[in-house]
Design a binder for this molecule. Structure first.
Ligand SMILES: O=C(O)CCC(=O)C(=O)O
Length: 205
């Protein structure tokens, strides 16, 4: 990986895709731990997996992605959550356009690791490049769609990763296919970032 190039791209676009970030063994371990951790839940989104599985606590604190995210953010990391995101085959709704930096901090990043092939057919993520540089007064249901300038589908394979700034607008469509679309993400605040006063207020009200 050319880290300098990745940082330049991340600073410019607010998002990145890195193919083949996990090798087959690392991917199999991640899939195993995620499957074990979500057993007994019926949610398509399971946050806080680090609280119930020490393996995820370890990954959140010192997984192989941690140094990369520190470099991309130019900061230490404040770990927030290890999450499982499933777009269930046949569902009719996805997640509307939003960004993640509300309330607590103003900067940070998420690394999103595909467990399955993800594409426009099975509810992949979409990013809107450059939106991390905008200042919105709210964070949810933002006026973007697949035709918006800068919108890109995150079409990646198992073990590939997508990384986004906490201020980058993103969403996912419903998975109308018969194929699974599972992912694990790790979400961090940049340790020295402060709450954005306007957004914190919007969040509180
Ligand atoms: O995986 C998805 O469908 C959505 C992920 C997301 O919104 C996030 O990581 O913040």
């Amino acid at each position: 990986m050319n880290i300098e190039q990745l940082k330049q791209d991340f600073d410019r676009d607010g998002c990145l895709i890195i193919p083949g970030f996990l090798d087959a063994e690392q991917l199999a371990k991640l899939e195993f731990e995620a499957t074990e951790t979500i057993k007994g839940t019926d949610s398509r989104i399971v946050k806080g997996m680090q609280r119930t599985n020490p393996w995820f606590a370890d990954q959140l604190n010192s997984g192989k992605h941690v140094e990369l995210l520190k470099t991309l953010l130019d900061d230490e990391l404040e770990p927030s959550t290890a999450a499982f995101f499933d777009r269930i085959p046949g569902e009719t709704e996805g997640i509307t356009p939003h960004f993640d930096a509300i309330g607590h901090g103003s900067s940070g990043a998420t690394i999103w690791i595909a467990l399955d092939r993800t594409d426009t057919g099975n509810g992949c993520l979409y990013y809107v490049r450059g939106t991390h540089l905008n200042d919105y007064d709210h964070s949810l249901n933002l006026p973007f769609d697949v035709k918006s300038e800068g919108a890109i589908p995150v079409e990646i394979n198992p073990g590939d990763v997508a990384i986004h700034n906490t201020r980058t607008v993103h969403w996912s469509l419903a998975n109308e296919s018969g194929r699974p679309r599972r992912a694990v993400s790790y979400f961090y605040w940049a340790a020295s970032s402060k709450p954005n006063a306007r957004r914190a207020k919007a969040f509180a009200t």
